[in-house]
Design a protein around this ligand. Structure first.
Ligand SMILES: [Zn+2]
Ligand SMILES: [Zn+2]
Length: 304
């Protein structure tokens, strides 16, 4: 009997040891529970849908939005994009007359103002992750000086050498910006080659969507209630682009040069298109699609 008992002890230790990595992995992957809120910081004065996406309607006028997304996590909150910031008027002085008309925006309410008014302290923010550094995503960064800004190295490099209308250097020339280099792992997540599970709990996962700019990011938010979202920045401006597998209208690149690598971005759209077909439960959210975002919780309301 004694020997049987020690055998069973030995076996349980063996099994514990064998399963420990899995137990640990499971613990790490326990979604800690996140919620998010869309902070609408401005909207465009109106653009024909045909200018937003190839084969878009010439009769639909779209009012694209410029937003920051506040994500609440037990380990600390973060902002995805910063939206239009307090200094936008000065920043836009770098645009030509035509660019000013093309990018005309209204109903400007910077994220920092909305958070301050609601009594939300910026100290709660652990970091800010811009999907990319274009002017309409980086405009509010200096409103949060001191809060770490996480970007991939190639994204920051491109921004630092960037010119209007895509990039406005004065938006991120403050020495008080706390830059932190973000490095994604070579771990495939949902078919995307590179990823970073931000809190190591599966709740918030970054993937590389380079094409529109170098180091452009996408963000999966996986809520505890099973709802899933994929924020895709400017890969497409409207979800119609993903649904129909269409890029921005080709003629845009002749005078605006919107995409750093048009063809690479088209491949990302193709990948998203296929991903959406196989994962209809995931809500894909382009940064500026006002219709898609209408259904999302807006600050001060949060998702469950
Ligand atoms: Zn962009
Ligand atoms: Zn944008």
């Amino acid at each position: 009997m004694k020997s049987l008992s020690s055998l069973s002890n030995y076996l349980s230790i063996f099994f514990l040891a064998a399963y420990f990595p899995f137990i640990q992995a499971e613990t790490l992957n326990t979604n800690s529970g996140i919620s998010f809120s869309v902070i609408q910081t401005a909207e465009s004065s109106g653009t024909l849908e045909a200018l937003i996406v190839d084969e878009g309607s010439f009769f639909n006028v779209r009012k694209l939005v410029h937003n920051a997304i506040l994500v609440k996590h037990p380990k600390g909150d973060f902002l995805w994009d910063s939206g239009i910031g307090r200094e936008i008027e000065d920043q836009m002085a770098d645009f030509s007359f035509i660019e000013k008309q093309l990018f005309s925006i209204e109903n400007i309410k910077p994220a920092r103002d909305q958070l301050d008014d609601a009594g939300y302290s910026a100290d709660e923010l652990k970091f800010i992750i811009p999907s990319h550094m274009h002017w309409d995503h980086a405009s509010g960064l200096e409103d949060f000086n001191g809060v770490p800004v996480l970007v991939q190295e190639n994204s920051l490099k491109e921004a630092m050498a960037g010119k209007p209308p895509g990039f406005i250097a004065s938006q991120y020339d403050s020495p008080e910006i706390n830059w932190q280099t973000l490095t994604l792992n070579d771990i495939n997540y949902e078919g995307f080659d590179k990823s970073l599970d931000i809190f190591a709990d599966g709740s918030s996962v970054l993937v590389d969507l380079s094409g529109h700019t170098h180091g452009h990011l996408g963000l999966f938010l996986n809520l505890k209630n099973g709802k899933r979202y994929l924020f895709i920045g400017d890969t497409t401006w409207a979800v119609l682009g993903v649904e129909k597998n269409k890029s921005r209208p080709g003629f845009l690149k002749w005078f605006l040069n919107v995409d750093t690598d048009y063809n690479k971005n088209a491949q990302v759209i193709d990948q998203l298109h296929k991903f959406q077909k196989g994962n209809s439960n995931v809500v894909i959210v382009p940064a500026h699609d006002e219709l898609q975002q209408e259904n999302l919780p807006h600050f001060p309301n949060f998702s469950q």
